[in-house]
Design a binder for this molecule. Sequence first.
Ligand SMILES: *[C@@H]1O[C@H](CO)[C@@H](O)[C@H](O)[C@H]1NC(C)=O
Ligand SMILES: *[C@@H]1O[C@H](CO)[C@@H](O)[C@H](O)[C@H]1NC(C)=O
Ligand SMILES: *[C@@H]1O[C@H](CO)[C@@H](O)[C@H](O)[C@H]1NC(C)=O
Ligand SMILES: *[C@@H]1O[C@H](CO)[C@@H](O)[C@H](O)[C@H]1NC(C)=O
Ligand SMILES: *[C@@H]1O[C@H](CO)[C@@H](O)[C@H](O)[C@H]1NC(C)=O
Ligand SMILES: *[C@@H]1O[C@H](CO)[C@@H](O)[C@H](O)[C@H]1NC(C)=O
Ligand SMILES: *[C@@H]1O[C@H](CO)[C@@H](O)[C@H](O)[C@H]1NC(C)=O
Ligand SMILES: *[C@@H]1O[C@H](CO)[C@@H](O)[C@H](O)[C@H]1NC(C)=O
Length: 504
Amino acid sequence: MPRLTARPRLAAAALALVLAQFVLAQDGGAPSGPVSSPETAGYSCDTTKCKLPACQCASTSPPGGLSPKDVPQFVTFTADDAIQSYTLEVMDYFLANRSNPNGCSPKMTYFTSLSYTNYSMVTDWYVAGNEIADHTMTHAGKPNTSEIYGNLRALNAFAGIPMSDLTGFRAPMLSWNGETLTHLYNASFKYDSSMTSATLANASNTDAFWPYTLDYGIANNCLEQSDICQGRLKLPGLWELPMYSVFQPNSTSGIHLMDPWLDGNPDEVLDWLKWSFTTHYEGNRQPFGLYSHPIHLAVGYPGVADPIATRQMLQTFLDWVQTHENVWIVSNQQMLAWLQNPVPNAQIANVDAFKCQSPDIPASTKICNGVSANEAGLLNRCNFADFPWQTCYYCPSVEPTPDNPVPSPNKGDTRHTVPSNCSTAFFDPIKNVCTCSSDSCKFTDQTKPIGNYSTNLGGTSSDGSSTAPAGAEATAPMKQNSATIGAVPSLAAVLLAFAFAILA
Ligand SMILES: *[C@@H]1O[C@H](CO)[C@@H](O)[C@H](O)[C@H]1NC(C)=O
Ligand SMILES: *[C@@H]1O[C@H](CO)[C@@H](O)[C@H](O)[C@H]1NC(C)=O
Ligand SMILES: *[C@@H]1O[C@H](CO)[C@@H](O)[C@H](O)[C@H]1NC(C)=O
Ligand SMILES: *[C@@H]1O[C@H](CO)[C@@H](O)[C@H](O)[C@H]1NC(C)=O
Ligand SMILES: *[C@@H]1O[C@H](CO)[C@@H](O)[C@H](O)[C@H]1NC(C)=O
Ligand SMILES: *[C@@H]1O[C@H](CO)[C@@H](O)[C@H](O)[C@H]1NC(C)=O
Ligand SMILES: *[C@@H]1O[C@H](CO)[C@@H](O)[C@H](O)[C@H]1NC(C)=O
Ligand SMILES: *[C@@H]1O[C@H](CO)[C@@H](O)[C@H](O)[C@H]1NC(C)=O
């Protein structure tokens, strides 16, 4: 737990280890049985009043009245916690060489907390088309508004993520309550993804609902959150993207949620994953999730054996998944775009959110913008003792904290933060100019006709298979882009910046 003490100066590698232990310590919480029931949920929703795109009832059937065989099977491969070279290598390893049915490389959602995050890598990941979402600044369970909104402000100021694209949240340790959800609602978040489905997706009375809005209350985790079920907490327009469990075949007790590969040997986990995926794919096609803390899949991590067999197993699983038709590996934002306007597979080529476009910026343009050819040599190094990080924007004079998320610049550092009217990839934070005007930003479309672009990354495996609601904005000023620079922090805030380095 955080303590207000001075901390020893540790090398970055040693701190990375602290982080690994921290993550390991937080990984429990896999359900041991059902976490909700129709009786405890007491959920009822009026389908004649609750209509897309604004409202969607919790249902095990696909949205828009579509039949399961006509809808995509979404796979969301999410990541939680700090973004660093180790963790982005993991996501690249699994996704960079794959293609969705339109030839575009799969995108994912990174629920980012800022302790030990290398901010410039957040910019890179975002500019490459991935979603950055909120996981609080210091990985706090049942977080206060400073933790939730401060993370948005710091990601905006120091990683250049536009406020308008920071739309999702996952509670650290999946520790949330009605207040957490209300904080999200108040700040016009589009979705939460912290709730659990722990009943087999094709069982009768399952809680494996397709994502839904909270207009009629919550329908998951009602054995645990009885105070807010039965329609007691209604948050119109806020989407819930339930996290779907992985099950051991024909077992009622073997339930796995985050990092299921930590719970068994690679061969058995591969069986769990394939079997569980089939309950979705051959059933109602609820999205299937791989919810990771990528640090557990990292290689070259000091003092930790490389999980080679686990990485190989997961590649084999993804290869196998991609042999199924109509499978799309997507970010939560991409999936939400389809959910709000669901079209059958026959019209999927028209879904803009699934297309891939890269910004047209000549490599000779030297701007710090998250594109490696452009920003080479331009990163700003912020030399904080516990974890030095890099940024395209200015280095703050003290580390960002929940109560002071956007500290003033280091003396003499005149870099600017991204304005809301310029795309991150086109903004020059050194000269403070947008290299495109809003209608001249050019993108190259790399989308291909729908087809089979599957790539075998896993090799041959042992079994022979190839491998917001209106008005809320006013109550949430923190959702504005950081146009101004924060005040000088208090001594308490400075001390708090240090407190996180020591983790039990
Ligand atoms: C931080 O980012 C910089 C620039 O991308 C990179 O050179 C460095 O290796 C990164 N460090 C970590 C620990 O992520
Ligand atoms: C992805 O492709 C690149 C370029 O061909 C290659 O260097 C890399 O090893 C591949 N990664 C995986 C995980 O196969
Ligand atoms: C919010 O919680 C964090 C710890 O998670 C704490 O550092 C901060 O002071 C709190 N802020 C307020 C305003 O209570
Ligand atoms: C949400 O906003 C309302 C209206 O401003 C406020 O009364 C309430 O305290 C806020 N609740 C939370 C949990 O943030
Ligand atoms: C699960 O049970 C069914 C019915 O008893 C059986 O046919 C099937 O082989 C079992 N699957 C596994 C993976 O054990
Ligand atoms: C659910 O899916 C599994 C895996 O395909 C299958 O074995 C099982 O019979 C299905 N159960 C129901 C109730 O359809
Ligand atoms: C795509 O092509 C691969 C390799 O030829 C094949 O194994 C797979 O079954 C195909 N998938 C679909 C959905 O057609
Ligand atoms: C963005 O807004 C600033 C300040 O309002 C203005 O000076 C600038 O011209 C705008 N840039 C574009 C590309 O619209």
